[in-house]
Design a binder for this molecule. Structure first.
Ligand SMILES: [Zn+2]
Length: 369
């Protein structure tokens, strides 16, 4: 294991990773796919699941192949194995210990000193191996497709925290953290729905509905941890994003993200203006929308009519104070969303004219100055 680890130490802060964190069903898959429309960005979905669900479990990739038969992930796996000398099973064991075990999260939150971080009696070596094998996965992806930035929409803040340590303490990656938030009531509504297992449609397991109170507390808990993770990272490389803003004014948010990443927004603006379909990519785990050829960015308003008054009140009682901090109001602003601004990216009318696009870009320039 010694020699494998050393081979990765000389690459400095490479690769560049955009990590999207937050609760499930907060629009991260759509955001991930949208970011991936940029020619230097690879949309990779929930990378935390590529090894377990993809390489080991054989689930479907968004290209329609099962992951073990998908040429992209086959090539990535080969590179990853060359870089690490590890097996997917060995990596998955360590990944579980870091990302899925509550006690590791508490340890990482209490201290970011690597010497304090042991996953078992074997000492900190296991965390180092986990970190280097994770970085090797990012590197393998960038080497296969030649793109310099990867979007990882795993969402789990424990992974976000581990990545922040890889950036801040180990200088292994260049991490851009996005906390993506959705209105607590929208999240609660999404958890009330259930889905039947349908692998080809992107639903790998039956998803049972979750009670309102429980979802509200999960939302509160996950977002509070995400804030702690952001506080650990360099301010300039963290971004707070509300899904509702992204859905109702995608252009403005795209400009913000481009400025955050210090890259040109042009390719995203072209996608929005030219109404061309999103290009297919190789996304393994994530929301079932990843399996659709045409991705719609919709304002999230369904909960307003589907949740009862009591359910909304219960959400607000439990998590309203945090939602308020995030700029949400009890009486939702999204009622006022102009239907023209809710858009099918691939459809006929994302933005009405080039003129309005240019105006918005000019306005944004002013704000930035
Ligand atoms: Zn594929």
């Amino acid at each position: 294991m010694e020699s494998r680890n050393n081979s990765l130490g000389t690459f400095g802060r490479y690769p560049r990773v955009i990590f999207i964190m937050g609760t499930g069903r907060s629009g991260s898959t759509v955001l991930d796919l949208f970011l991936g429309q940029h020619p230097i960005i690879q949309s990779a979905g929930e990378l935390c699941n590529v090894v377990k669900s993809g390489w080991i479990g054989g689930e479907f990739c968004s290209c329609g192949e099962r992951v073990p038969a998908c040429p992209f992930w086959m090539e990535v796996r080969k590179r990853w194995e060359d870089l690490t000398g590890a097996t997917p099973e060995e990596y998955e064991r360590l990944r579980f210990l870091v990302e899925q075990r509550r006690s590791t999260l508490w340890t990482m939150l209490r201290s970011d000193r690597l010497e304090n971080l042991s996953l078992s009696e074997k000492g900190p070596g296991e965390f180092l191996a986990y970190a280097q094998w994770t970085v090797a996965l990012y590197r393998a992806i960038t080497e296969v497709n030649g793109k310099s930035i990867i979007v990882d929409s795993s969402k789990n803040p424990a992974r976000g925290l581990a990545l922040a340590m890889m950036d801040q303490r180990m200088d292994l990656i260049d991490l851009y953290l996005i906390q993506l938030v959705r209105d607590v009531r929208g999240f609660v509504w999404s958890q009330r729905k259930s889905f039947r297992r349908d692998e080809r449609a992107g639903v790998a397991h039956d998803l049972a509905p979750r009670p309102v109170w429980k979802s509200a507390l999960v939302w509160l808990f996950v977002n509070s941890i995400c804030e702690k993770v952001r506080a650990r990272h360099e301010q300039l490389r963290t971004l707070f994003l509300r899904y509702e803003d992204f859905a109702s004014d995608t252009l403005q948010e795209a400009l913000k993200i481009a400025s955050f990443l210090d890259i040109s927004p042009e390719p995203w603006l072209d996608v929005l203006a030219a109404k061309r379909p999103l290009e297919n990519s190789h996304v393994v785990a994530g929301n079932r929308v990843r399996m659709q050829r045409q991705i719609t960015i919709r304002p999230d308003t369904e909960w307003q009519s589907r949740l009862t008054g009591f359910e909304k009140a219960l959400c607000w009682l439990l998590a309203g104070w945090k939602a308020h901090q995030y700029g949400y109001a009890w009486r939702s602003q999204t009622d006022a969303v102009d239907p023209v601004e809710g858009h099918n990216l691939a459809g006929p009318h994302y933005i009405r004219s080039r003129q309005s696009l240019a105006d918005k870009v000019a306005d944004f320039g002013k704000i930035e100055e």
